[in-house]
Design a protein around this ligand. Structure first.
Ligand SMILES: Cc1cc2nc3c(=O)[nH]c(=O)nc-3n(C[C@H](O)[C@H](O)[C@H](O)COP(=O)(O)OP(=O)(O)OC[C@H]3O[C@@H](n4cnc5c(N)ncnc54)[C@H](O)[C@@H]3O)c2cc1C
Length: 391
């Protein structure tokens, strides 16, 4: 049986970030295998994401991870260059703008304080100041807004994933296209795994970075991972309207939009009772007609004439306990690390999570950012760590 010191299941943003950080750490000289079932990456969340980065979270760990994420993204052209070829992530620091009604103003201000304390460059604006800045935005029903000035924006998610993957390979990681069917556990140790073609592979440590496939893997090792696939639809729209300086805007209704090429990307999370665990990729066009269009038409002058040019569906891997990731080892199996349940913010957190996973593999503890509150303890003790700014 082949044996690797570290096996990572899932080679998209999180798996490839873990592979890169491990392979680039001088203290790691072990063998590293990344198993990815789909080398085209067509259906993973990373490829289908809206690929945006914000510092405006409520959970301090999420803010810190995003601050690290945007610094990392800036350094990608030098840090992830391979043989002199610098990756181009098309990084655009357009900012995020959270809009608040009177009911949401208290939460906005509380989050703002936490974000500022941690070093995020965000500013509170009253409706008049907001209108002076973005004249195309209707502000009559708003009580305030929070705008990010630095480090927030959007990028090419596929390019980031491929840059991490290429760099990890150049540093010695091996990628193999294969589907993992089962984790092979013996008591409190994972011995290895079984591939779909019947091959068995042994491992010292296994990292579960399988996105919406993570719960099935965990189940095969007797672990109940409270992560479910929840469909999210994205619409690329055009209109004759002009929105100079448009950031990624989060409306109080939950509808978001941001510039993309000649038009805008937009979407909204379905209401909770219309958001079952599901794995199909069918676009919910009614969401656009019934929820998104009315909200955008009311918010932006000229958006009455929005036309959908294309649309797609992807899946969040939602931690149904508290919408925050589950990171680290389960107390029953000490060599199985989890990095799952990103609940819609895993792309921007992939660099920090990848670094954190490499520290767990090498030192069995976090050395840079302490992410231990995001571990299994809160899940097993039913102590949710709620993220309030879920989009
Ligand atoms: C519509 C949408 C919009 C989003 N917008 C944003 C955003 O703006 N900002 C942000 O930060 N995040 C966003 N996200 C979330 C973000 O995309 C994810 O949190 C992140 O990409 C998760 O990365 P991952 O590597 O964990 O999972 P994935 O990208 O899903 O990758 C998991 C990989 O594991 C592989 N795999 C699964 N099971 C197996 C198996 N058994 N064997 C082998 N391989 C396996 C899959 O093929 C896949 O490639 C969005 C997500 C969606 C769907």
């Amino acid at each position: 049986m082949e044996h690797y010191e570290v096996v990572i299941v899932g080679g998209a943003a999180v798996g490839s970030a873990a592979a890169y950080f491990l392979a680039s750490t001088p203290a790691f000289d072990g063998t590293l295998l990344v198993l990815e079932q789909d080398a085209s990456y067509q259906r993973c969340a990373t490829t289908l994401s809206v690929a945006s980065v914000r510092h405006q979270f409520s959970t301090p760990e999420n803010i810190r991870m995003s601050l690290f994420g945007s610094d990392f993204i800036r350094q990608v052209p030098t840090q992830l260059a391979v043989e002199g070829e610098a990756p181009d992530l098309a990084w655009h620091e357009g900012g995020y703008l959270f809009l608040a009604s009177a009911a949401g103003l208290g939460t906005l201000c509380a989050n703002h304080r936490t974000q500022r304390e941690l070093g995020a460059e965000v500013q509170l604006l009253d409706p008049e100041a907001l209108h002076a800045r973005l004249a195309w935005l209707r502000v009559d029903d708003l009580a305030g807004a929070s705008l990010g000035h630095r480090g927030e924006g959007w990028l090419d998610a596929y390019a980031l994933m491929m840059a991490l993957r290429r760099k990890a390979i150049s540093l010695g990681a091996r990628y193999q296209q294969a589907r993992v069917m089962q984790l092979l556990r013996s008591g409190s140790r994972l011995q290895g795994l079984l591939l779909a073609d019947g091959t068995r592979i042994g491992c010292g440590v296994l990292i579960n970075a399988a996105g919406t496939g993570a719960a099935a893997l965990a189940r095969s090792a007797g672990i109940d991972l409270p992560v479910q696939p929840r469909k999210r639809c994205v619409f690329h729209v055009h209109s004759p309207a002009r929105t100079p300086g448009c950031p990624l805007v989060i409306d109080p209704s939950g509808v978001y939009f941001r510039p993309e090429g000649e038009g805008w990307l937009c979407g909204v999370a379905p209401s909770e009772n219309e958001d079952p665990a599901c794995e199909d990729f069918e676009v919910q066009h009614a969401l656009f007609d019934d929820v998104i269009w009315p909200a955008l038409a009311a918010r932006v002058e000229g958006f009455e004439a929005l036309r959908v040019k294309r649309a797609w569906a992807g899946h969040y891997d939602v931690n149904v306990l508290d919408h925050n990731m589950i990171l680290g080892a389960h107390p029953q199996i000490d060599n199985l690390l989890f990095a799952n349940g990103f609940s819609g913010h895993g792309l921007q957190h992939a660099p920090a999570v990848g670094r954190g996973l490499s520290e767990l593999v090498l030192h069995r503890q976090f050395r840079t950012l302490d992410l231990s509150r995001l571990g299994w303890a809160r899940v097993l003790e039913n102590r949710p760590l709620f993220e309030l700014n879920v989009v």
